[in-house]
Design a protein around this ligand. Structure first.
Ligand code: NAP
Length: 248
């Protein structure tokens, strides 16, 4: 029960990796704000958690890209839970296409969701964490942001930006007892990768030393470690959880 008496916000927790992170933190005792864009998805995950651990989870719906709405929501979450110990910026989208043909709308949507969305939640909680003189911020990046990936100019730029943003806030907040780290998943079996054609999946698997896609629990385990007291001397880092795809 590493997170007993702690409060965590997980964005994009209505499905996939975010859902796995929320379940993991709740299983270890955290009270959780489940944030998704689609209300029914956050309600379903909150109900799933509350069925096992009564009253631990509360669902919220917001577009993470909307700065004003996110500030309002963070105020609401702080009112509901009175504190916030862990922020996991996990909400993300892909809008893939070759860079020379990519529409400015697809560029903007991905940057606004994946990069600005994290900045928005950060601004919504950072003052509360500073007052507490403790906090853990974990941003879900991607191998794409470390090595680039053809067809993902917008996505790779958003994730590389997220890694740089994490390093900046890690430096700014270290003296306040707050750490900030990134987790860079490789290919994880979720709705996001389910849409890939079988042929592409086979090609991708050839590039993964362990020879398979990961699952949400693999990412959740890394997030739980970085969010725990055991990681108190780790900040500004990027932890790849990718079956060995990127080795630095
Ligand atoms: P997913 O199954 O597509 O789920 C994405 C989640 O993000 C959903 O809960 C979705 O909300 C939420 N979301 C998307 N746009 C949002 C917005 N504007 N406002 C609020 N919530 C929004 O994706 P996933 O595979 O779990 O990915 C989670 C994170 O891991 C993403 O940041 C992704 O880039 C990263 N990642 C994934 C992989 C992979 O292989 N799957 C690899 C590397 C990195 P709704 O449920 O309401 O739609």
């Amino acid at each position: 029960m590493r997170f007993a008496n702690q409060v965590a916000i997980v964005t994009g927790a209505g499905r996939g990796i975010g859902r796995a992170i929320a379940l993991r933190l709740a299983n270890e005792g955290a009270r959780i704000a489940i944030v998704s864009r689609t209300e029914k998805n956050s309600i379903a995950v909150a109900e799933e958690i509350n069925a096992k651990h009564l009253g631990l989870a509360k669902p919220y719906a917001v577009d993470v890209a909307d700065h004003a709405a996110v500030q309002k929501l963070c105020g609401q979450i702080l009112e509901d839970f009175t504190r916030v110990d862990v922020l996991v910026n996990n909400a993300g989208v892909t809008k893939d296409g070759l860079s020379m043909r990519m529409s400015p709308e697809d560029w903007d949507t991905v940057i606004a969701t994946n990069l600005k969305g994290a900045f928005n939640f950060y601004q919504g909680v950072v003052r509360a964490m500073m007052k507490q003189r403790s906090g853990r911020i974990i941003n879900i990046a991607s191998v794409s942001g470390l090595m680039g990936n053809a067809g993902q100019a917008n996505y790779a730029a958003s994730k590389a930006g997220l890694i740089a943003f994490t390093k900046v806030i890690a430096r700014e907040l270290a003296s306040r007892g707050i750490t900030a780290n990134s987790v860079a998943p490789g290919f994880i079996a979720t709705d996001m990768t389910d849409v890939l054609p079988e042929k592409i999946k086979e090609e991708v698997i050839k590039e993964i030393p362990v020879g398979r896609f990961g699952d949400g629990e693999d990412i959740a385990a890394a997030v739980a470690f970085l969010a725990s007291g055991e990681a108190k001397y780790i900040t500004g880092q990027t932890l790849s959880v990718d079956g060995g795809m990127v080795m630095m």
